[in-house]
Design a protein around this ligand. Structure first.
Ligand code: NAD
Length: 279
């Protein structure tokens, strides 16, 4: 396809989503409270949690963070989740993953009540999404939808291909697209001829965790390509999409950085405000 693609500006859309969440939070009689839980001192997790807390305060919400030592046992972390679950000041609970290896993340996530599950990761939230019922949705895939919505993207009847089937991104992404009446195909590490399946897509969402996996040969001319991948390179962040080659074919593309990344925290704030109505 000739001509430069539309490059989606996740930073600008995220700013709008954050501003809307802040405005909505200000109308509530009690400010929403976000309880992030960080276990241990993993550097990347500490940075993610710090950013979430900062944005939460900037949006006029309460920062009810808990930090536990890496040595904390399953029962100790479970007790903290239970305490936050019972605390009326806490509208949202976010257990930062990954946890130290000796802890069972699934058992701990399941202790979060669905109405405080702002990460949308409990089986109750996933079940509601799978059944098309209202509930809190995982932040990254709902951020992809919000980004597409901001640009007026029509999903009804579109051929959508999602690369990746993780609980965090791929599966909920596919369910959200189905909810919007797209025709959805999910690809994964066992998919035969990935480029051929991807070429069917009007909308290609890539969340495989493989840098540069998607090249121009996997993209239909004019398609919309959303890159969820994040990889650290010495010269900056990269995605799962080979931006230089794909941007010569795609009609619309999300960059890394500045695409889906900023949307995730913005959607966390939106979910925390939504959860305040449920508590
Ligand atoms: P994951 O490793 O849990 O899942 C990856 C999925 O991709 C798996 O289902 C696997 O089957 C599939 N896959 C792997 N290699 C493949 C291949 N060669 N062909 C087809 N499918 C393949 O990862 P995840 O948690 O879903 O994250 C995916 C990427 O998104 C990572 O780079 C992660 O850092 C990034 N991420 C970004 C955000 C954000 O805020 N932007 C949030 C979460 C994850």
């Amino acid at each position: 396809m000739s001509g430069a693609p539309v490059v989606l500006d996740g930073r600008a859309v995220a700013r709008e989503v954050r501003a809307k969440a802040a405005a909505e939070a200000a109308t509530l009689t009690r400010p929403p409270g976000l309880a992030t839980i960080l276990v241990g001192d993993d550097l990347a997790s500490a940075v993610y949690v710090r950013n979430k807390r900062r944005e939460c305060v900037a949006a006029g919400m309460l920062d009810l963070h808990r930090h536990l030592p890496a040595s904390a046992g399953q029962a100790e972390v479970a007790a903290v989740v239970d305490e936050l679950a019972a605390d009326p000041e806490v509208t949202g609970i976010l257990l930062q993953l990954p946890l130290p290896a000796h802890l069972d993340p699934v058992a701990l996530i399941e202790r979060i009540p669905p109405h405080k599950d702002v990460d949308g990761l409990t089986s109750a939230s996933a079940g509601r999404l799978a059944l098309g019922r209202p509930g809190l949705r995982p932040c990254t895939p709902s951020g992809v939808l919000a980004l597409l919505d901001a640009y007026g993207h029509d999903l009804s009847g579109a051929e959508a291909v999602v690369v990746g089937r993780s609980e965090l991104v791929g599966r909920p992404m596919a369910a959200l697209l189905l909810e919007r009446d797209a025709t959805v195909t999910i690809c994964h590490s066992r998919t035969r001829d990935l480029p051929a399946v991807c070429r069917r897509a009007d909308l290609l969402v890539v969340a495989a965790g493989r840098p540069g996996l998607i090249r121009a040969d996997a993209v239909r001319p004019g398609a919309t390509v959303i890159d969820v991948g994040i990889h650290r390179h010495p010269d900056g962040l990269r995605g799962d999409v080979d931006f230089p080659s794909v941007s010569r074919v795609a009609g619309v593309i999300s960059p890394v950085p500045g695409g889906v990344g900023p949307m995730t925290i913005a959607m966390l704030l939106a979910n925390t405000v939504a959860a305040a109505h449920l508590t």
